[in-house]
Ligand binder design. Sequence first.
Ligand code: BGC
Length: 825
Amino acid sequence: MMRRYQVRFGHFDDARREYVIDRPDTPLPWINYLGSEAYFGLVSNTAGGYSFYRDARLRRLTRYRYNNAPFDLGGRYLYVRDDATGDYWTPSWQPTQRDLDEYECRHGLSYTTIASARGGIRAETLFFVPLGETLEVWRVRVTNERDTAADLSLFSSVEFCLWDAQDDATNFQRNFSTGQVEVADGVIYHKTEYRERRDHFAYFACSEPLAGFDTQRDTFLGAYRGWDRPAAVERGAAFDSVAHGWAPMGSHHVKLALEPGETREVVFVLGYAENPRAEKFDPPGSQTLNKRHVRPTIERWLRPETVAEGFAALGAHWERLLGGFQVATPDTDTDRMVNIWNAYQCMVTFNMSRSASFYESGIGRGMGFRDSNQDLVGFVHIIPERARERILDIAATQMDTGGAYHQYQPLTKRGNNDIGQGFNDDPLWLILGVAAYLKETGDTSILDEPVPFDNVPGSEVPLYEHLRRSLNYTRERLGPHGLPLIGRADWNDCLNLNCFSDTPGEPFQTTENATGGSAESVFIAGQFVLAAKELAGIADLRGLGDEAAEYRAAAEKMTGTVTEHGWDGGWFRRAYDFHGRPVGSGENDEGQIFIEPQGMCVLGGVGLDDGLAVRALDSVAERLATPHGIVLQQPAYSDYRIELGEISSYPPGYKENAGIFCHTNPWIMIAETMVGNGDRAFDYYRRINPSVREAISEVHRCEPYVYPQMIAGRDAPTHGEAKNSWLTGTAAWNFVAITQWILGIRPELTGLRIDPVLPAAWSGFRATRAYRGATYEITVQKPAGVTGRVTHLLVDGERVDGTLLPVAPAGAVVRVEAVVTGPAD
Ligand code: BGC
């Protein structure tokens, strides 16, 4: 298939909240997520991907090989065979890649459908995970559109992973001997490690009587064959293989005789189960899998009525989740991102952190301390109860020093020592995460929840004490200029300033912990100012006025330090290296200006009173902004520099070395609104908005419905090409930037603020926002061409001075009108 002149590969169907892909050969796999509670799946537009229960590393149900060729191979494949001719194909195009007469993939909210037709046979498959279940459903509808009868075979296939995905991909001397399956009453059970762990197994069931099955991959495929030519499919009959070791898989063979015009529905269910506790310890020598308790679940979900109800319930669930915040603005790209896709991506990043995508293998990273706190900021309004639980989980991994593991494992909820500690920004994100939760919910009871340190029983203190220690962690670690020590790195994982070589020619040393090294971070300084002010607000809520004053004084002092040592004349410096030399300064030959401190210092309020913020943001516009977004720094490092670490290991224009690291862009959008520049804020918003970039899909290449982590910067030959879609803090921060700052609907500790900073051309917008149990119907009016701010509100017709809405009683529906007044642009 040619795609040279193709710029779009599909379109948005906003009414159905779907993205419709109309050709399978997208520039990269365009994926979606199934499940949002405990059972999860990744599914691409050609049915590639995998599934897992809770933890992508430790409970992987199906196998997936990353960095494959082709890129996306392995997944939930169905094969259709015309038994009269022997012709066979995969309705998802992959892996046979046989031509399809029609093809359409619809990615929706937690479900995906792939529909296609070949030679008068149409197959449409719906994939989803029902709410409250630990299984996925594939509902396949096969229609004979010919005017003659069709004798067809349908084969399913999944390759089982032996649970621990890391071990599965590496420990072959063991794993080729451990695979075990059982086939009973047409259900394939994958029970590898059952005897060892005695607690979990997978099952794969089909609603139709089976003509046969396979559970040994290499029998199903045949020697020297791949997924594009399985021997069983080619010959039209399964082998009824039972795996002992090697590579257990699941495949059902179903025969379908279809009259002209007839449609048959076949349901497959792939699930995860744990044996009930009391039954875990079978009599010694027992090899019988205890599957009694899953039979009713399997039988229920194989019934088409249950599937239809489950799918409807999923739709209603998303309607409820998204219905609490909907906007109608003059800009379609804004509306569809805020109302559908950005909110959805926030939910996915909240669930996955940075663990499982097509670029995160699910084994390298667990839940990030920094990342998950930030994800909360975009997600908290959608499901506050889950945000609460997440906060308590994260805080329980904190050390009593206030320091933090950088990541923790979702299954065990324990700090993950593989990555270690010493990212000195980590603790402060906890304050920002908790502040976001409190602003949304008003639930101050969370501050009194007993939370241990490092999950050690008996070490519990109220959550509020964790926040204190987070702030003190920074205060106790200041460097030579009085700025916070950076430790191993701050938000920018790759800025490793405590790598140094004292003696020329000597090997360099690395200081990988929080206390070592004297390099300082202006970014953390800005973040500290922000966090100290937030904590002061929280202290006030607790009636701790003195403490609040102390935090405000600390913020004030740090502001002074930043102004004195962190200002470079036209922008905020980035850091000081181990030797006390500035980074991100006009004094440097490369890396003169970085985006992060311009954003974070202004977010903290630094430079708002003395004009520094405006100057810093002008410098960003002049030096860092490109049509594809704002790059991380300039000029890019052209060589590796030991004293800066990993950042300089990237080629110019990629990732932290002057890529458009999208996560940072919304900080600048927010900062621009803080200085009243709605046009610039919104312009930056649109530059990285994936829906806007859909028109250049051939350049952008990633999915046009979710943010990528990075877009190649202007120094890269592939400027404008996105990478690492889905799992990025960009989702949460863009949601915050557009909804809370540009549209200005901003939860605060004491109520909801309506303070938009809009583009001049707009003439207002409308929004519905659920907040603390009440629903606010908001109308903002603004004469087009005028810039300015709202000065007062009409709340149910009554004038309220200022922009803060009083908290309405739960259940109330409140009409809010706001008028922007100000000078003509
Ligand atoms: C990490 C973030 C980090 C960012 C910048 C991402 O890969 O998940 O935690 O802030 O890179 O280095």
